[in-house]
Ligand binder design. Structure first.
Ligand SMILES: Nc1nc2c(c(=O)[nH]1)N[C@H]1C(S)=C(S)[C@@H](COP(=O)(O)OP(=O)(O)OC[C@H]3O[C@@H](n4cnc5c(N)ncnc54)[C@H](O)[C@@H]3O)O[C@H]1N2
Ligand code: MOO
Length: 408
């Protein structure tokens, strides 16, 4: 009997092999989803000037306090033009949202509360607050303030800030170069019509799409179950890529060549076979290239079992946190849910059970969805996540809390 590595231990091996792929500059407009590798500070105050925040008129507050209600319109201050200076403190200036507050004014009254006839504005409300409807210079951030700390994933929110501070290009973590390989003579292309004994290959597309969520543009290939062809191609892939993801050919079959080929190519096995269902035959290893810690460029190989659910859950459970740690992101922030019904699972394996997530009275509840094993990929469409039930128990009770791995 082969010795199984526990799921926790497997994850530990994998995380200990996280890498650093360095940084690169990319146009900010192409930085969505990338991991920021510089601190972004305010290049000027936010807002950079006293910004008018309502269309209307600007006056001197003291005039209003002294009982004045009618003001001669002295000029117009549109957005995007240099600030006017009001010449006569008894006058007003028409101001537009986004404009600089004219000098010698300190309060803005919106058009809705003013009537303007023949160049004379009359204020129709009884009360005003000093500096009202003015977004004060530097109120949000001061020049030099840290706005986005490094190691943050760039979302649409950060894109807007990058644009505002004039970061035309931005320093981000380099993505690993990833090759995703499927094997198997029973597999045909998606646009082909399979013979009765064949199926279309789906796993590579699933893996590519998981990586796309992390803005990794992986390459993919399919190799037939021919040992020499496999070995030659894998050798090339090890030269050209940082990370290889395999799907299939890692269990006991006569054509399950991947583990032996990898070892022949001096990829060191760190474990083979994990105490989990699905995904038991999972193989993981690395090839150390370079000598000192600083110039090392290890090749990392995840060889997932071929059954579609095994490949899917293993990629989510192991590759994703490996990637997050390599990018220096928080990879431990897990989501938990209440188990929706009692479950009995006897094998001493970590059980990744498909679940549908529901909100009940504010709680997240994971309702098991029973499929027909790790080949039943259609069931994934009905579920939203896997709930992770530990290997040291047999009975799991409704309303107990366990970690989940969401995939939607
Ligand atoms: N004697 C044993 N047999 C098996 C064991 C075992 O321990 N001893 N483990 C079983 C388990 S568990 C799994 S999971 C599978 C994994 O086997 P492989 O990784 O070698 O995968 P294959 O045999 O190549 O394929 C399994 C299954 O998945 C289909 N497949 C493969 N690749 C794709 C793809 N790209 N797209 C869609 N479907 C794919 C393939 O056609 C097979 O049906 O082994 C058990 N057997
Ligand atoms: O563990 Mo294999 O992954 O189910 O079918």
């Amino acid at each position: 009997m082969d010795k199984l590595t526990t799921s926790n231990k497997a994850l530990e091996f994998i995380l200990n092999n996280s890498q650093n792929y360095g940084t690169e500059e990319v146009p900010f407009s192409h930085s969505l989803g990338r991991v920021l590798k510089e601190n972004i500070v305010a290049d000027r105050d936010f807002p950079p000037f006293n910004r008018v925040s309502m269309d209307g008129i600007a006056i001197q507050f003291s005039e209003f306090e002294n009982g004045k209600r009618t003001f001669k319109v002295e000029g117009i201050q549109p957005a995007g033009s240099k600030p006017h200076s009001m010449q006569n403190h008894e006058n007003c200036i028409e101001v537009m949202t986004g404009a600089v507050l004219p000098k010698n004014t300190d309060v803005v009254i919106p058009y809705e509360q003013v009537s303007i006839v023949d160049g004379i504005a009359t204020i129709e409300i009884k009360e005003l607050r000093f500096f009202q409807n003015i977004h004060e210079q530097g109120k949000d951030k001061k020049e030099g303030d840290l706005i986005i700390p490094q190691n943050k994933v760039i979302s649409s929110a950060e894109i807007g800030v990058l644009a505002t501070v004039g970061k035309w290009t931005v320093k981000v973590a380099k993505q690993p170069k990833v090759m995703i390989v499927s094997t198997g003579d029973e597999l045909v292309e998606v646009n082909e019509t399979p013979a009765d004994y064949q199926i279309r290959r789906s796993n590579v597309h699933t893996l590519v799409s998981i990586l796309k969520k992390y803005y990794i543009d992986a390459d993919s290939a399919h190799i037939a179950d021919d040992k020499n062809a496999l070995k030659e191609k894998i050798e090339n892939f090890l030269n050209d890529y940082d990370v290889l993801l395999f799907s299939g050919a890692v269990s006991k079959g006569k054509f399950d060549f991947i583990p032996e080929i990898l070892e022949e190519l001096r990829v060191e096995k760190l474990f083979h076979k994990v105490a989990q269902r699905p995904g038991k035959p999972f193989w993981f290893g690395h090839k150390i290239i370079g000598s000192s810690r600083n110039n090392r460029n290890d090749k990392i190989v995840f060889a997932f079992p071929g059954n579609p659910i095994s490949t899917f859950v293993s990629c989510l459970k192991y590759f994703v946190p490996w990637y997050q740690k390599s990018m220096k992101l928080d990879f431990e922030n897990r989501t938990f849910a209440l188990l929706g019904e009692d479950v009995i699972f006897k094998p001493s394996l970590t059980y990744f059970l498909q679940v549908k997530l529901e909100k009940r009275n504010g709680d997240l509840v994971a309702v098991p969805i029973r499929g027909n094993g790790s080949g039943d990929l259609a069931i994934l469409v009905e579920a939203d996540a896997f709930i992770e039930l530990p290997n040291d128990r047999v009975e799991f009770k409704k309303d107990e809390v366990f970690p989940i791995i969401e995939y939607r």
